[in-house]
Design a binder for this molecule. Structure first.
Ligand SMILES: NC(=O)c1ccc[n+]([C@@H]2O[C@H](COP(=O)([O-])OP(=O)(O)OC[C@H]3O[C@@H](n4cnc5c(N)ncnc54)[C@H](OP(=O)(O)O)[C@@H]3O)[C@@H](O)[C@H]2O)c1
Length: 235
């Protein structure tokens, strides 16, 4: 049976590589919805994916700031109308602004929570409330959510919440046949990682396609045998 996947934060990094794996390697994911804010990077990535997609794949895009609740709901409504049921959801969009505790602003903490925690919750809730039946939800947390890191208070706290929220989703949605997987990557060479560790040589750490391959495995026939509340992927 063909499936539809929605990936947030699909303009670059882990999200874009996940979409690429779905398009080129999945036999049954035929419709892919990509969420990110409007940017030339996003447009170029979509253009490149459309040009290289195998026949029969449909790519649907929406410019959406997942931290803006009205915009998020409007876009979910229009996407649900266009593609119908979302079978696979990858809550991947993430934001961080690492600063020492004394400099952390509450507005920025709220933004971090809006993007990293409330958006995944709102997407799942809105779709459930509109009759959606998920087969698989993958929430991208972080190893920083398992152990708090100096200078990363807002990010670490938000990712800890993602790990815990995923456990609740997993328990509550099991009766609908929905698998919920929380995935915590370690350091991965992306723009977000550069913000967290500007001095690091990106060639020495995990690449986004490595994480994307693990996500793809969850969607494959063997994926159902991976039963963990928090799958850690790190070097
Ligand atoms: N890289 C690592 O070392 C690492 C480790 C652990 C966990 N993670 C997690 O992995 C996920 C993906 O991050 P990445 O490392 O691939 O970073 P990235 O390359 O910087 O990508 C982040 C993605 O999130 C999107 N995003 C950020 N704010 C958004 C907003 N308000 N609305 C919509 N989209 C938004 C960005 O899209 P636009 O800016 O184009 O809208 C972009 O597509 C995040 O949840 C991150 O916390 C990363």
């Amino acid at each position: 049976m063909t499936k539809t996947a929605l990936v947030t934060g699909a303009s670059r990094g882990i999200g874009l590589e996940t979409v690429r794996r779905f398009i080129h390697n999945s036999e049954d994911i035929t419709t892919i919805v990509m969420f990110a804010r409007k940017s030339s990077d996003f447009d170029e990535a979509v253009e490149e994916l459309r040009a290289s997609s195998p026949v029969g794949r449909k790519i649907v895009t929406r410019y959406v700031d997942v931290g803006d609740r009205d915009s998020l709901h409007e876009n979910l409504e229009s996407v649900h109308e266009e593609v119908g049921n979302i079978d696979i959801l990858v809550n991947n969009a993430g934001y961080t602004n690492p600063v020492p505790l004394q400099q952390a602003e509450i507005d920025d903490f709220e933004k971090t929570m809006n993007v990293n925690v409330y958006a995944p919750f709102l997407i799942v809730k809105w779709l459930l409330n509109h009759g959606n039946v998920f087969k698989l939800i993958v929430n991208i947390a972080s190893t920083a959510g398992m152990n708090g890191r100096s200078g990363w208070l807002t990010y670490s706290a938000s990712k800890a919440a993602v790990i815990n929220m995923s456990q609740v989703m997993r328990e509550e949605l099991a009766i609908y046949g929905t698998r919920v997987v929380c995935l915590s990557p370690g350091r991965t060479a992306t723009a977000l990682r550069r913000t967290l560790a500007p001095e690091e040589d990106p060639s020495t750490i995990m690449q986004p396609e490595h994480v994307a391959r693990v996500i793809e495995t969850f969607t494959s026939p063997v994926g159902r045998f991976i039963d963990s509340e928090n799958v850690v992927v790190r070097q």
